[in-house]
Design a protein around this ligand. Structure first.
Ligand SMILES: [Mg+2]
Length: 498
């Protein structure tokens, strides 16, 4: 069967065969070197997330997220699952389906508990595979799948079928075997939106995972995230949290002796001779969120030196503490005593609605919003009638272009009131972060569904910087001021979410 993957970002361009340049090789195996410098104190089974973290980024994150109440990511899973807990939301065991269809074969493994069968589970946003012989461990060797463990055999960016794969490096098999013998549990954490979208059938995915597991030849547990807006999708830490809390036999995980390897590492073009930039940084951010040591496939399997990378312009760990100023210019007046019309301009998720509800509607501004009303014509009608009734108006739409703003400037002119424009300075990256954040907090903002990439592309293609020449008496820039209902929301915001 031919699979189509247009617009999916879960697979990276397969790595070309590269001659490894001598100057990017490390003499020592990074994990062995790491472990020898961090002796067994952290092998204590009681150490759950309390061992000192190794990289400084992780230390900063832990300091930030350690304040006050403990993280309860499960709260967000419950929200995502309409208040049900994880076990309740488990729709079905794929094992039952497989048994019904006579496909209850198990994978071959090097060693394991013969009483333990292969287990497939399908939750609302997650597929979990536990191969025969998987044992809980306090040491986790985590891997991404596509572009890390395997690449396409066809050389195409996206696989052409369930058999279009091969191990990325010959070293993969020996390294994983070594880890297994050292007592690590080998766990794959993979984003598989195509399975959730049914562009890849669950049966094809099962077939692929079984074959990969068989080829690797060690017991392996696989977590596959199937929903874009879920807490399970990397870089969100949900798959890891679910594994440690629910699928590790009650054994606490020692972070310092665990690690994660992935190809979405934020490396820029030319990080090694002839290599393209990484398509994303979600694997590295996943590891940062958790406080795990991170390696790229080349660093881990081929002993490359660490390549330079970027985390992007937006860092939620810093943004969570942004304390102002709210406006630019700083002394600009947000509320006008005179009747007026204010047009907000900004990306979806840039904070327009929160701003309007926090600063303007308490002063009797009528909030006009297209999502709520259904069309811009209704927005214009409501703006006119509110001004006629003597109220000020705030137009809470994205309004990226001159045309969309002119409709409301004309309304203001007809009512003989001034029109001002508030431009939200929130960056594209932060707006997308906010968009995902509010998707995870849907219970608190039920009327604000997250928007997809198309909405951002549309905004960017239409955007024209607002100008007083359009008819505004004043243009003010507004900074995004995070405010949280509870400490758990604050901690969630500080994670890399997209
Ligand atoms: Mg990958």
């Amino acid at each position: 069967m031919r699979r189509t993957f247009e617009s999916l970002s879960d697979h990276e361009t397969p790595a070309k065969k590269q001659k490894i340049p001598a100057d990017v090789r490390l003499e020592k195996d990074p994990i062995n070197e790491f472990e020898s410098s961090h002796p067994s104190s952290c092998d204590n089974l009681e150490t759950k997330h309390v061992c000192p973290l190794v990289n400084t980024e992780a230390i900063k994150l832990q300091e930030l997220t350690n304040s006050k109440q403990p993280t309860t990511l499960l709260d967000y899973f419950k929200r995502a699952n309409n208040g049900k807990n994880l076990e309740q939301s488990c729709k079905t065991s794929i094992n039952d389906k497989l048994k019904l269809s006579g496909e209850s074969e198990t994978t071959d493994v090097v060693k394991g508990d013969p009483s333990c069968e292969e287990l497939w589970e399908e939750l609302s946003e997650l597929v979990v595979f536990t191969s025969k012989g998987v044992q809980p461990s306090n040491k986790i060797a985590g891997f991404d799948l596509d572009g890390t463990i395997i690449v396409t055999q066809s050389g195409r960016v996206f696989p052409q079928g369930p058999n279009d794969w091969k191990l990325q490096f010959p070293q993969v098999k020996t390294k994983l075997l070594e880890l297994h013998h050292q007592g690590y549990k080998v766990v794959i954490f993979t984003n598989q939106l195509a399975v959730g979208n049914k562009k890849i059938s669950i049966h094809d995915f099962i077939s692929e995972i079984r074959n990969v597991g068989r080829t690797i030849g060690v017991p392996v547990q696989v977590f596959a995230s199937t929903n874009r807006w879920s807490m399970y999708r990397k870089p969100c830490p949900g798959m890891w949290t679910f594994m440690t809390d629910k699928r590790n036999g009650g054994i606490s995980v020692a972070l310092p002796s665990s690690f994660f390897v992935g190809d979405a590492a934020g490396r820029s073009k030319g990080w090694a001779p002839g290599r393209k930039a990484d398509f994303s940084c979600s694997d590295r951010k996943f590891a940062l969120n958790i406080g795990l040591n991170f390696f790229t496939p080349e660093e881990y399997f081929l002993n490359y030196r660490p390549a330079s990378y970027g985390l992007g312009q937006f860092d939620p760990r810093k943004a969570v503490n942004f304390a102002g100023p709210l406006c630019n210019p700083v002394n600009a007046k947000v509320v006008n005593e005179r009747k007026e019309l204010v047009v907000l301009v900004g990306y979806p998720g840039s904070g327009k609605s929160t701003f309007a509800l926090r600063h303007l509607t308490p002063h009797d501004y009528c909030r006009v919003n297209r999502d709520a009303l259904g069309s811009w014509q209704k927005c214009v009608q409501l703006s006119e009638s509110a001004l006629q009734r003597g109220r000020s108006v705030v137009v809470d739409n994205t309004s990226p272009d001159v045309e969309s703003r002119a409709r409301y400037i004309n309304v203001a002119m007809r009512a003989n009131v001034p029109a001002r424009c508030f431009v939200f300075a929130t960056s594209l990256e932060q707006s997308k972060h906010n968009n995902k954040f509010r998707g995870l907090c849907l219970s608190s903002q039920p009327d604000h569904k997250p928007v997809d990439e198309l909405a951002y592309n549309s905004y960017r293609s239409k955007f024209v910087k607002p100008s007083v020449s359009e008819g505004f008496v004043e243009i003010i820039n507004i900074n995004f001021m995070p405010e949280f209902k509870c400490e758990s929301d604050r901690k969630l915001y500080a994670y890399f979410l997209v």
